[in-house]
Design a binder for this molecule. Structure first.
Ligand code: PLP
Length: 453
């Protein structure tokens, strides 16, 4: 049976010469068309061998060939609509860039003066585009930018403590998003981890007692994505700096999110400010550029000039440095902070965190009507109270009241509704919660964006 079918599969040449393939041949190159034809015929052969009865007509084969070429040419990275209720969603690219930053990134696609000193025409320094801004916004003496905060931590540890001991509280040995585990980063940096205290309590004497002539650093990590509650005690950065100064050991803090403005002035819980850590005496502070800061993926290293200079001249810096697109995007983002009054309007992360309920409800009501019309009968579409989170390891445990569009159907499972929205163009990313499919409008600027196409 399958032998007979196999014999009926036309040859590559036959398909390529066929009238059915005329249009494909006209639109796409010969190489692309031949390759897709081979692929389509291979697919049909496999189907036939597995006992299926594929349609072997030339018109169907032409359709398969065209489908293969289109799939090959379609961009894999595409716009999606974030209706998850998580403002900084790691799977969908964390911070949405401001318009200014998006423009700067697009501009940087061309030739830019990333390492060119326009005053002399000679070699420039890529960090120079952002260093003055970071110094101004954080009070640090010097700063540089790398690929992400994981790289910032790795580079800082490797520069300051290669082959020596790094003292850190057991309560701060964090894992972020599965692949960033502080104990592993410390090891990969060439350093020896020296844990002190216990999971829930660490005292100043734990740090001072751990310092020996092998100690290179006292390290403090912001426990970004979790909280230890109950019978706990930690040691403040200020206190660790006091101990470090006494013993002549530098102090590094990994702040994770690293806020540049006080979120409590916007009615949100306070996140530690980079400027406070600098003021409290940290020699180096590291933080992400694409969490609360609201820029492109990057890691910022800020602190004492002596240490930043050493970090900059570590050969690993070359391997971990930020590219021109990132430098342009982070520069444009940092520049927005120079005008705090307009920051909420311009910086999407902050705008979405502080967006008012009536505004979200208005968008949700509009979306409800549009979605009802698009889905047809049988679906129940309601606007309900919901909860958004900041995500990206920022403001753990804090929820922000929001309005969601809840969609249910008597026989269609919420996971199926989730997949239907996911399959749209662009894909609309909602979430399933307690047997309902939810779309959170907090991060959606245009209600029409959550209507499945
Ligand atoms: C997020 C985070 C990191 C990792 O930062 P990336 O920019 O994702 O590499 C490291 N440390 C802390 C405390 C974090 O919150």
């Amino acid at each position: 049976m399958s032998k007979e079918l196999l014999r009926n599969i036309p040859s590559v040449d036959e398909v390529l010469r066929s009238d059915e393939l005329t249009r494909v041949r006209q639109v796409y190159s010969a190489a692309l068309t031949a390759d897709a034809t081979r692929g389509a015929l291979d697919g049909l052969r496999k189907d036939a061998l597995s006992g299926a009865r594929p349609d072997l007509s030339l018109s169907n084969i032409a359709r398969l060939v065209e489908g293969r070429i289109e799939a090959l040419l379609r961009p894999s990275v595409m716009r999606v609509v974030n209706a998850t209720g998580t403002i900084l969603h790691t799977n969908i690219g964390r911070a949405i860039l401001s318009e200014e930053a998006q423009k700067a990134v697009a501009r940087a696609g061309g030739s830019v003066n990333v390492e060119l000193d326009l005053a002399t025409g000679g070699r420039g320094e890529r960090d120079a585009h952002v260093e003055a801004l970071i110094k101004r916004l954080t009070g640090a003496e010097a700063a540089c930018v790398v690929n992400n905060n994981a790289a910032a931590v790795l580079l800082t540890l490797n520069t300051c403590a290669d082959g020596r001991e790094v003292v850190i509280s057991r309560g701060e040995l964090i894992e972020i998003g599965g692949s960033f585990r502080l104990p592993e980063i410390i090891k990969k940096s060439g350093c020896i981890l020296k844990e002190v205290g216990t999971t829930n309590r660490t005292h100043p004497k734990d740090y001072s007692g751990a310092v020996t002539d092998k100690t290179a650093l006292l390290f403090k990590a912001h426990t970004s994505n979790y909280r230890v509650v109950g019978f706990t005690s930690g040691v403040s950065l200020k206190e660790i700096v006091r101990i470090g100064r006494n013993k002549g050991v530098p102090v590094v803090e990994d702040l994770g999110s690293g806020a540049l403005v006080d979120l409590s002035s916007y009615g949100l819980p306070k996140e530690p400010l980079v400027s406070e850590s600098i003021k409290d005496g940290a020699d180096i502070v590291t933080f992400s550029g694409d969490k609360l800061l609201g820029g492109p993926q990057s890691g910022i290293i800020a602190g004492k000039k002596e240490f930043v200079d050493r970090i900059r001249s570590n050969p690993l810096k070359r391997a971990l440095r930020a590219d021109k697109l990132t430098i342009a995007g982070i520069e444009a983002t940092l520049r927005l902070y120079l005008d705090p009054d307009k920051l909420v309007d311009r910086l999407p992360v902050l705008r979405h965190m502080t967006r008012g309920l009536p505004d979200i409800e208005g968008a949700a009501q509009k979306a409800k009507g549009l979605i009802k019309d698009a889905l047809g009968t049988g679906y129940t579409v309601e606007v309900e109270d919901g909860e958004s989170v900041v995500g990206g390891g920022s403001l753990p445990g804090h929820v922000i009241p929001t309005k969601v569009v809840a969609i249910t159907h008597p026989t269609i499972k919420p996971e199926e509704i989730f997949r239907r929205f996911l399959g749209g163009t662009p894909p609309i990313i909602g979430r399933v919660n307690k047997d309902r499919f939810l779309l959170d409008l907090r991060t959606v600027e245009d209600a029409g964006d959550v209507v499945p196409g």
